[in-house]
Design a protein around this ligand. Structure first.
Ligand code: HEM
Ligand SMILES: *[C@@H]1O[C@H](CO)[C@@H](O)[C@H](O)[C@H]1NC(C)=O
Ligand SMILES: *[C@@H]1O[C@H](CO)[C@@H](O)[C@H](O)[C@H]1NC(C)=O
Ligand SMILES: *[C@@H]1O[C@H](CO)[C@@H](O)[C@H](O)[C@H]1NC(C)=O
Length: 517
């Protein structure tokens, strides 16, 4: 749920002693070692300086190698830029595994101290009982079908109120506003009527934790070295503890009940469960907020595309009921608005910074050719794999809102020769680790964006849509989390002044068939 990749950033430093010893050993059967300009520590410095995008950059500069090794001094990373090799990694998911990385979430982000809890949560390959992975997998069925319907309906009610409240606004910080509505909607849907995040102080405490997550990694005297994150985490955990004591779980989503039940079956204390819940919210909001931001950014900054999409939604997904209430139908967007749906996927492809990462838990040989050594990491940079011309055609490097529409060869000569393969679409991960929250997230992003663009005009402060800088060091957002504010001014569009609004999503139809890698 935490993008595994970015976690490694500071882990580099922590793993120094152990990894140096192993890192210096090279086996001729390992993928080609790429030399660095500065000997020995060059790659490690490149990474500390540039963050995770460094791996993607190396992959882009060395496309001659389908897989290569970066000796990062503290650790070894095999970087992959070929979809064929990605497939081999997917097939070897027992020895090249995601699960060991979950330990970081338990130990460093939750700050769990109890030895028994730590042992329960730790993955089986590392000698634990694998409860963390078990809980993750148990969440998948709770995010589809009727459970998803229920979460969607709470989410829609919550955001509709906030979007309508904008009628009284003129200038506001778009990024912060999105952050707040996504947090409110996702937590109401997850925790139910006694949602501990109803209190704005708890929401702020969570974002203090999230923004300063890196500082918690070393887990060394965190109350001193990571004050903000540590205090934020403590405050949220206490609120969740109160929620548990008041039996808030009774009104919670299936998602939350499953997490709770699985933990209680193993007799994890309420204190520890509350602590483990804090980073869990990262998965629910840390990518949805920037995904939604970039959706609005791309739409409002491209007036022609905006007009087309407004028209498509108006024609196919907007209705007026007898009492005069306007209704945005999310199911109809999914089923009858091909341009909107395609644009959404292209925005994800365009803006994702994902780099799925795995740990080699046992020496593994890929196609009798490449040796991957135990204790090393594998990285599959989406910035490279998601933009390869051999996968995406000649237009790989441009933003094409129609890319994911079914081509109509009679109308669209130019696209006849364009290959359409989904192998490189990684914003929601690659199997077997695919984001189970993608249906909920997609309804959220599409529903909110649709209602926003239909009802309002937005202008950025300064009048020019200039992409704000993103936090490349963020360990948890793979959608380009924005650094700082993004002030905008807003106007209700003439034809919708003084109107009442609602959302609709047909029951049993909450799932999206999106491209996955
Ligand atoms: C646009 C928003 C989102 C994006 C782009 C996104 C992306 C991802 C990605 C790429 C992974 C795989 C991580 C890896 O391979 O390293 C993942 C995993 C996960 N996501 Fe999401 N996610 C989003 C929203 C959500 C939401 C709203 C939820 C929950 C309601 C959620 C729950 C999870 C969980 C539980 C996992 C772990 C799956 C496992 O370990 O089997 N995500 N997500
Ligand atoms: C997490 O914290 C432990 C100490 O509790 C530390 O040994 C380890 O290196 C940390 N992990 C990372 C990835 O920094
Ligand atoms: C997981 O965390 C525990 C507690 O800090 C540590 O002892 C163990 O070595 C870690 N395991 C892995 C595989 O990182
Ligand atoms: C208007 O009608 C719709 C359904 O037709 C209903 O969901 C909504 O609550 C009604 N709104 C008001 C203000 O009566």
């Amino acid at each position: 749920m935490v993008d595994s990749t970015q976690i490694l950033l500071l882990g580099l430093v922590a793993a120094l002693g152990y990894m140096t010893y192993h890192g210096l050993r090279r086996d001729p059967r390992e993928p080609t070692f790429l030399p660095s300009k500065i000997p020995v520590v060059g790659h490690a410095l490149g990474m500390l300086w540039n963050g995770l995008p460094y791996w993607g950059r190396m992959a882009n500069e060395n496309t001659g190698f389908p897989i290569f090794t970066l000796d990062m001094f503290f650790m070894k990373v095999y970087v992959i830029s070929s979809t064929e090799i990605v497939r081999l990694i997917q097939r070897n998911d027992k020895t090249v595994s995601f699960d060991p990385l979950l330990n970081i979430s338990t130990v460093n982000f939750s700050g769990i101290k109890n030895k028994r809890t730590l042992h329960l949560m730790l993955d089986k390959q590392s000698g634990g009982e694998g409860l963390n992975a078990e809980i993750m997998h148990a969440m998948t069925p709770t995010l589809i079908g009727e459970h998803l319907d229920r979460m969607n309906s709470i989410m829609m009610r919550t955001v509709e109120r906030s979007i309508s409240a904008l009628e009284k606004s003129t200038d506001f910080d778009l990024y912060r506003w999105l952050r707040n509505i996504v947090t409110a909607a996702s937590t109401e849907a997850t925790y139910g009527p006694k949602n501990p995040y109803k209190d704005p102080e708890i929401v702020d405490a969570f974002w203090d934790f999230e923004y300063n997550l890196n500082s918690l990694l070393p887990n060394f005297l965190p109350w001193l070295t990571a004050r903000k994150a540590y205090n934020g985490r403590g405050k949220v955990a206490r609120a969740i503890y109160e929620y548990l004591e008041q039996n808030g779980i009774e009104g919670a989503s299936e998602l939350e009940r499953v997490r709770y039940t699985k933990s209680m079956e193993r007799e994890i204390s309420h204190e520890d469960f509350a602590q483990l819940e804090v980073p869990m919210l990262i998965g629910l909001v840390s990518n949805t907020v920037p995904a939604l931001f970039w959706a609005l950014f791309e739409l409002y900054s491209q007036p022609e595309l905006l007009d087309e999409i407004r028209e498509e939604i108006k024609q196919n997904a907007l209705s007026v009921s007898e009492n005069g209430t306007y209704r945005v139908d999310i199911t109809a967007i999914k089923e009858r608005c091909p341009l909107t749906l395609s644009t959404y996927q292209e925005i994800l492809r365009w803006r994702t910074t994902t780099t799925p990462t795995r740990m080699v838990v046992k020496d593994t040989i890929l196609s009798d050719q490449y040796l991957l050594k135990e204790g090393s990491f594998v990285s599959m940079p989406g910035s490279t794999l998601g933009r390869r011309p051999d996968v995406w055609g000649e237009s790989a490097g441009v933003f094409n809102p129609r890319r994911f529409m079914k081509p109509d060869p009679s109308k669209d000569e130019s696209r006849k020769n364009e290959r359409r393969r989904t192998g490189g679409f990684m914003p929601f991960g690659i199997s077997p680790i695919i984001c189970p929250g993608r249906h909920f997230a997609s309804s959220e992003v599409l529903g909110i964006s649709a209602m926003m663009i239909i009802r309002y005009d937005l202008d950025p402060a300064g009048g020019v849509w200039k992409a704000p800088s993103t936090d490349t060091m963020s360990m948890v957002s793979i959608m380009g989390a924005v650094k700082g504010e993004f002030p905008v001014s807003i106007r209700t569009r003439q034809e919708y002044q003084g109107t009442k609004w609602g959302f609709h999503c047909e029951e049993g139809k909450g799932q999206f068939t999106l491209a996955v890698g």
